[in-house]
Structure formats: structure tokens, C-alpha cells
Design a protein around this ligand. Structure first.
Ligand code: ADP
Length: 224
């Protein structure tokens, strides 16, 4: 059994989910004039929704919330506040997933109070209904048991953070040295997914670069 419930998401699934999301928006009769993507997770779903819904106006708002390796480390807030006049416009606010829902709540409240659109609705591919503080107007999957969706756009970042998590936990058990294969095997065991060799290599390279690991004759040692 993996230690962290993780789902490896492929690009085709994302396209499929966004097509379904667009169908749900259309079926509701809601016709957005503009899509607002929540950066960074909402970028790709928002762009696909523009295509499927034939919407040509797309802007973005960066909301910071999540930290490393599936852990919340900060209070959600708008990173680069700016103003737009959206009076009379219908807005579709898009994110990849509603987990706690905090990012979407912060973005929604910001847009309603400062950009003043005529109407705003929320769309996300996944809705973790057991923890989210709000329900999106449109979603494809209702998730009851919490899971980390390993989306293709965070693969390098997640792999690096997951390795870092393994290393920091294993150090507590006096383990401080691995071969590349051992590291990869621990990753697969902990997360129950296989992201492929190119991502493992990229992540290990990053950990070496940021001083977390050092390599000597094919062995990787933790740097304190
Ligand atoms: P929301 O945007 O719904 O308020 P959160 O504030 O809970 O969501 O999370 C912010 C961002 O962190 C999400 O848009 C997503 O990119 C990422 N994220 C959060 N939870 C998960 C998860 N369970 N799986 C994958 N990515 C997640």
C-alpha cells in the first residue's frame, strides 16, 4: 500500500475531463464572456475550456496556497493584485481541483469585489467534496477520499518534492545514502505511481543542484 494516496494523471484524461466540463457548462445555459484561470493549476484546464467553449478572452490570477509535497504551508492570497473592469461580463473561474477550496474562495472574492463582473461561476475538473469548503458550479469528478492528483504540469515539481519528503523522513530512521535505483523504488513504494525515468533523473538533478543530495560513485548522500 502506498503511503500517500496518489493518482498519476495523463494528458488525454485532462483533455477528456475538460471536454466534459465544457459540456456541463453548455448544458447549464451559462455563456461566459471571459475565463479567469487560477495560476498555476488552472492554466491548462482554462485554456482547454476556451477551446471547447469558443471563448477568446482569458486572464489569470495567481493565488498562492500549497507548499511542498502535498502539504499546506501558507494562507491563500493573491500574489500579484491588479485591476480589471469586468462590468456586464459573465466570468468562468477555472482551477484544476478544489481541495480545501481556499484558493478559489480567495480568487472569487477578489474578482467579485474588485473586477465587479455581472456573474461569476466556478469550474474545476475535480472536487474533493469531503474537505472542500465550497462546491464548484461545474465539476467532472467528485472525490470522496482525499487523493493527490499528480497532474502532468506538476510532474517535475512533485517528483522533486516527493523525493525530498522521502529523504527527510528516512533520515529520521538513520538512512542517509541510496543508489539511484533505491531512490526510485522508494518513490514507487511511497506514492504507488511511476512517473518514468526522465522525471526521476530531472528531480535527482534538481536535488543535487539545490544542495539536498550529493553524488559520489553512483551513491546519493543527504547533505545536511
Ligand atoms: P482551490 O483552488 O480549490 O481553493 P486549494 O486551495 O485547496 O484549492 O489548492 C490550490 C491548488 O493546489 C490547486 O488548484 C491545485 O493546483 C493544488 N492542489 C491542491 N490539492 C491538490 C490535490 N489533492 N491534488 C493535486 N493538486 C492539488
Amino acid at each position: 500500500m502506498p503511503r500517500v494516496n496518489t493518482k498519476l494523471v495523463c494528458w488525454e484524461e485532462v483533455v477528456d475531463w475538460c471536454r466534459k466540463l465544457a459540456e456541463a457548462v453548455e448544458a447549464s445555459g451559462f455563456k461566459p464572456d471571459l475565463i479567469v484561470s487560477i495560476a498555476r493549476g488552472g492554466y491548462i484546464p482554462a485554456r482547454l475550456l476556451c477551446d471547447f467553449l469558443d471563448v477568446h478572452d482569458l486572464v489569470s490570477l495567481q493565488v498562492l496556497h500549497w507548499g511542498k509535497a502535498a502539504e499546506i504551508t501558507a494562507v491563500a492570497h493573491v500574489k500579484y493584485p491588479y485591476d480589471l473592469n469586468l462590468s456586464g461580463k459573465r466570468v468562468l473561474l477555472v482551477d484544476d481541483i478544489l481541495d480545501t477550496g481556499d484558493s478559489v474562495i480567495v480568487a472569487r472574492d477578489y474578482i467579485l469585489s474588485r473586477w465587479k463582473p455581472a456573474e461569476l461561476k466556478i469550474a474545476a475538473m475535480q472536487w474533493i467534496s469531503s474537505v472542500a469548503k465550497i462546491k464548484p458550479d461545474f465539476y467532472v469528478e467528485e472525490v470522496k477520499d482525499w487523493i493527490w492528483y499528480q497532474y502532468p504540469w506538476t510532474r517535475a515539481e512533485d517528483t522533486t518534492n516527493f523525493f525530498e519528503k522521502i529523504i527527510s523522513e528516512r533520515v529520521k530512521e538513520q538512512k542517509s545514502e541510496w543508489s539511484y535505483e533505491e531512490l526510485v523504488n522508494e518513490f514507487k513504494e511511497w506514492y504507488g505511481i511511476d512517473v518514468g525515468d526522465s522525471y526521476y533523473k530531472l528531480a535527482v538533478k534538481r536535488l543535487k543542484k539545490n544542495g539536498k543530495l550529493e553524488e559520489k560513485e553512483g551513491r546519493y548522500r543527504v547533505r545536511y
